[in-house]
Write a protein that binds this ligand. Structure first.
Ligand SMILES: [Zn+2]
Length: 500
């Protein structure tokens, strides 16, 4: 069975009920709120968390007679992103009206782009368990966000709902992938890679919980090797990488079971319910023609000059893929370590600051990837910035190991104490007397003691069991509460053992 096939008995508990190997065909639609100061078509602030309806004006409230004006910065951010994901920017593109009725949208149409999007035909390389895979990007277009409905209680039981138009008109960029993804893991990897790029570019804060980055998925199943696509289902409301993966896993199982039993799969929109861990039908899928798209008569076509594109190209920062390569070259990190270290700009910056001037960047990488990531998630920019152990503090701690002041074991305890107190490594080590004991005469007595209490182990060692040495070093470390210098203990043991 190919690695791309859906049937994975080790991952899916009830995969035994899946009779046929199916292949999942997945495409993602990602909506990113752009980090402009003002909205897409008016001058209202986009700041998150303000009191409801305090950031509105006649334009974003959809009053008749008002006219929208395109936010130049939003277009620039769109172009920047398009270039970073290898899209062709269309010199001529145009906004369109997408009609539908919903109380969070006062105009009863959304200004979006339809036939002439800002950019098309890009790709994004993702790292999967089977190596690098290139995922096609169909299009990137700009639109405006809608308002937010606040229900009294749950959606099902609310007696009334209120609407907050602060979000109405916030610039939104939609990036649509080709249906190139085959597993839920690939979908999560794609979303992570795309999010990292948006944050590196500083065009979106990537906050999925606050909804600045949202993801919908289209998924269908077909027999492995088949050419035609199956009936696709759209899943909405997945506000974390984990939810995307879980929702797709659930949907793959649901559709496989339906296909197995000959049930018809309905083209529809389903909602992921993370609490109940299932998807529920929301509405039958609407088709593009349902929206009665037509060119927005209140806005001129958007001409993007080649010189402008070139100028924006010149401002592109180093992107995750390039930084990964550089980390491998400059700091001799393994491909895996480089991948993790660049998974967010914040983490990459953290590592690079800590590694600056270090004699052994690999040690720094180990500390960042094993210890720092134990306490902060790799893609949580805020948590990384707020980490009580700053890159400089970590540098100081590693410096103490490298100059022999403390052992690696003690360093882990010091790390936890730094985390809890926010104090520096040097301060903690001095106060608690954790300095490593490297004095052979001081350690000699402990070594003798250990040798006499573990006569059997000494016998084993002499009988050729070399691993016994490690045990004895461990005992000395234990006796000294981890303060002994392992190198000195090792040397002492090698000197004393043959004489016994
Ligand atoms: Zn406004």
């Amino acid at each position: 069975m190919s690695a791309e096939a859906v049937k994975r008995p080790d991952r899916q508990p009830d995969a035994s009920t899946v009779k046929q190997p199916y292949e999942a065909v997945i495409g993602l639609e990602v909506h990113a709120q752009l980090r402009t100061r003002t909205k897409m078509f008016c001058g209202c602030s986009t700041a998150f968390g303000a009191r409801p309806n305090t950031q509105t004006c006649p334009v974003c409230q959809g009053m008749p007679g008002t006219l929208p004006v395109i936010n130049r910065r939003a277009v620039e951010f769109g172009i920047k992103t398009a270039l970073a994901i290898n899209c062709t920017v269309n010199a001529d593109n145009r906004f369109a009206r997408k009609h539908y009725y919903y109380p969070d949208m006062p105009k009863n149409y959304q200004i979006s782009q339809y036939e002439e999007p800002l950019a098309e035909h890009g790709h994004l390389d993702i790292t999967t368990a089977d190596g690098m895979r290139r995922i096609g990007i169909q299009r990137l277009h700009l639109e405006e966000d809608v308002g937010k409905l606040v229900h009294e209680g749950t959606l099902e039981t609310a007696l009334s709902s209120q609407v907050d138009f602060n979000r109405a008109g916030v610039p939104l960029m939609e990036i649509v992938s080709k249906p190139d993804l085959r597993t839920s893991e690939e979908a999560a990897a794609y979303l992570k890679a795309l999010r990292a790029i948006l944050v590196y570019l500083d065009v979106c804060d990537g906050n999925m919980e606050e909804g600045s980055l949202r993801c919908d998925a289209n998924i269908s199943l077909r027999h492995a090797g088949a050419k035609e696509f199956g009936t696709k289902v759209e899943i909405k409301n997945m506000n974390s990488f984990k939810n995307v993966q879980h929702a797709l896993d659930y949907e793959i199982k649901r559709q496989a079971r339906a296909l197995d039993t000959g049930e018809r799969i309905v083209q529809e929109t389903r909602l992921w319910d993370p609490d109940r861990a299932h998807t529920v039908s929301m509405r039958s899928k609407e088709f593009a023609h349902d929206y009665r798209y037509f060119p927005e008569p209140d806005l001129p076509p958007l001409d993007v000059a080649a010189a402008w594109i070139d100028r924006i190209r010149g401002t592109l920062p180093e992107l995750p893929a390039a930084r990964r390569q550089r980390f491998m070259m400059a700091y001799t990190l393994s491909p895996y370590d480089a991948e993790v270290a660049t998974s967010s700009k914040a983490l990459a910056d953290y590592f690079e600051t800590a590694a600056q001037g270090s004699r052994n960047p690999k040690t720094v990488a180990n500390w960042v990837l094993n210890e720092v990531l134990r306490v902060v998630p790799p893609d949580d920019e805020k948590a990384i910035a707020a980490c009580p152990i700053t890159p400089a503090a970590l540098q100081e701690l590693i410096g103490l190991i490298e100059d022999g002041t403390i052992s690696g074991r003690i360093a882990k305890d010091v790390f936890d104490k730094m985390l809890a107190s926010g104090e520096g490594a040097r301060v903690i080590v001095a106060r608690e007397g954790l300095t490593q004991v490297a004095d052979a005469s001081e350690l000699g007595a402990v070594v003798d003691n250990v040798l006499s209490t573990h006569a059997k182990v000494v016998e084993d060692y002499k009988a050729g069991k070399k691993a016994a040495l490690g045990f004895l070093v461990g005992q000395v470390m234990k006796w000294t509460s981890g303060k002994a210098s392992p190198a000195v203990v090792n040397a002492l043991l090698l000197e004393k053992l043959p004489k016994l």
